[in-house]
Design a protein around this ligand. Structure first.
Ligand SMILES: O=P(O)(O)OC[C@H]1O[C@H](O[C@H]2O[C@H](CO)[C@@H](O)[C@H](O)[C@H]2O)[C@H](O)[C@@H](O)[C@@H]1O
Ligand SMILES: O=c1ccn([C@@H]2O[C@H](COP(=O)(O)OP(=O)(O)O)[C@@H](O)[C@H]2O)c(=O)[nH]1
Length: 515
């Protein structure tokens, strides 16, 4: 990686308005980290957004505008592995109010079915507006005349309108990586109309699920004078021509082939065997990989596993659970509470059931590199995705891509976006602990022939609809709007949407099942 300058000096890779393709996201693909001894370095950022966008950026020669993950850093733009990186500095106060506050303690819980209660603070909102303006200004400064700018995610929902006001020549896309909530929940937000107006600055607004797009269309109808017809929104503003905005589902994916290639490498397979041996070669290894987030249903899966051990329906010598819980948003109170709760539960289950030779839960509060992820997926007989609500969940798709041996069982929450596509997974309602226990037993005893048939079908889907298909679909929809015609690749990405037609009311939303 080229060494970036740690000051506001200009680098050779300047900040001129020269890029025809610009991605704007809260996070850059790399985080600036400082070790205990004060040494600084760059490491891959956490989460699926970066996993999905990195391959597209590498093949597009574009600029990526975002935050370097630490407060008070003023770093000049630099080139990293074929991507022009444009850091947007955030002060410690911005991080507290815009990122930890409004993004992750207001919007995140609100958009995830209020699993945790959202907090509404006016000063957080003011910071969100100011920081969104800063991202919009930075994007405008690097975008060439007529460029395509693709804004990502809930942290930057005001950027499309801010950009359009400043640079009407740009074509603007927005993709929401997390769910868009039903109106009964969304309407709690004191700034609900301003956010819809912000998003409507885009030409194409993408969502993970059909249900998200229809929730958004309903919010548009309730809060604006714009009209909606299927995926088209007619936006009328005083003194301006009516604009057409497309809002529809574009389910995100992964670079499936490259993940499979990685898993096929002999050293990754050797590492998978080593992981199994290290765990005492149990008959069944179950795996969970999540950011330590209350949306991921980690407690529900621990509950089911602990009860199966307590009931004597499985033995600790036979079935081990590996749980990777990568650190996330560690200064937000709900995340601190969750860590305490999960680690207490892990300690109790291990205390009650582990033997000198066999641990029950192998728990890891770390973020691992891609290679280790691939080895873990190969080592796991069962992958447990028990999210209470999740935009997509790329982990589910990575597990499938890694299993070139057509083996392994995916247990997948119906509340994760991936569930719309991965229909031959064992789909579960994570709130139903008894149901989850039965499904785990079914997965443990599933005959090899059935495992292979299911995995083949899952792999067909994941290999066919990869991240390049996702970005091509989105960007051709954007090109269609720019040319004032919808040339969008016909998106038959979803055959049907089991939850899509439900307009949930607040009362029907599952609220934190008691564990
Ligand atoms: O940046 P952080 O606050 O550390 O959080 C990491 C990312 O988490 C979220 O990921 C989402 O995007 C994935 C890819 O589309 C999707 O599979 C997953 O369901 C979402 O939760 C968040 O949306 C990103 O902005 C964060 O960078
Ligand atoms: O220790 C870890 C844990 C997770 N991941 C990656 O982080 C992403 C998680 O994406 P997902 O969509 O499942 O959830 P998110 O964290 O974005 O909500 C996946 O690419 C994982 O492989 C990783 O690289 N190391």
């Amino acid at each position: 990686m080229n060494a970036p300058l740690e000051s506001s000096e200009t680098s050779t890779a300047g900040n001129a308005a020269e890029y025809d393709f610009v991605v704007v996201s809260n996070r850059l693909p790399v985080d600036h980290v400082v070790d205990d001894d004060g040494a600084t370095s760059w490491k891959a950022s956490p989460g699926g957004l970066v996993t999905a966008l990195e391959p597209i950026m590498r093949s597009n020669d574009g600029a990526w505008v975002g935050w370097a993950g630490r407060p008070d850093l003023d770093i000049a733009p630099f080139d990293n592995d074929g991507i022009h990186i444009v850091p947007v500095p955030l002060s410690a106060e911005d991080v507290e109010n815009y990122y930890e506050g409004f993004s992750n303690d207001t919007l995140w819980p609100l958009y995830h079915d209020v699993i945790a209660p959202p907090t509404y603070h006016r000063e957080w909102w003011e910071s969100y507006v100011a920081v969104n303006q800063r991202f919009a200004d930075a994007a405008a400064a690097v975008s060439a005349e007529g460029a395509v700018v693709w804004v990502q995610d809930y942290q930057l929902q005001l950027v499309p309108k801010m950009l359009r006001d400043k640079r009407p020549d740009l074509t603007i896309g927005f993709f929401n990586h997390i769910p868009f909530p039903p109106y009964g929940i969304y309407s709690q937000l004191p700034w609900r109309a301003a956010i819809i107006e912000g998003l409507l600055g885009a030409d194409v607004i993408g969502f993970q699920r059909v249900a998200d797009a229809s929730n958004f269309a309903r919010a548009v109808r309730r809060l604006t004078t714009s009209t909606t017809k299927t995926t088209t929104i007619e936006v009328a503003s005083p003194g301006r021509a009516t604009r057409r905005v497309i809002a529809k589902a574009f389910p995100i994916s992964i670079d499936s082939r490259s993940f499979e290639e990685l898993a096929r490498q002999p050293h990754i397979q050797a590492r998978a065997r080593e992981i199994r041996e290290g765990l005492g070669n149990p008959k069944t290894i179950m795996l969970g990989v999540d950011r330590l987030d209350y949306t991921k249903g980690i407690g529900h899966r621990l509950k089911a596993y602990g009860e199966l051990l307590a009931d004597g329906r499985i033995k600790v010598e036979d079935v081990t659970l590996v749980q990777v819980a990568s650190p996330s948003r560690e200064r937000v109170q709900a995340y601190m509470d969750l860590r305490d709760e999960i680690e207490l539960t892990v300690g109790r289950i291990n205390g009650d059931f582990a033997t000198m030779s066999h641990t029950a839960i192998s728990y890891h509060h770390h973020g691992y590199p891609r290679e280790e992820m691939a080895a873990l997926y190969l080592a796991a007989d069962i992958m447990l995705v028990t999210a209470l609500r999740d935009g997509m969940n790329l982990v589910a798709k990575e597990y499938v891509a890694a299993r070139f041996d057509d083996d392994g069982v995916l247990i997948l929450s119906e509340f994760a976006g991936a569930s719309d596509e991965l229909k031959r997974a064992l789909r579960i309602n994570p709130h139903d602990i008894d149901g989850l226990k039965e499904i785990i037993l079914q997965a443990i005893s599933m005959p090899k022939r059935e495992r292979a048939a299911r995995m083949r079908s899952l792999r067909k889907r994941v290999l066919e609809y990869d991240v390049s298909r996702w970005s091509t679909a989105f960007l051709s929809a954007l090109a269609g709007v720019r040319g004032d015609r919808d040339t969008a690749e016909s998106i038959d990405l979803i055959d049907d949407d089991p939850l899509g037609d439900l307009e949930w009311t607040v009362e029907r939303v599952p609220r934190g099942t008691e564990l």
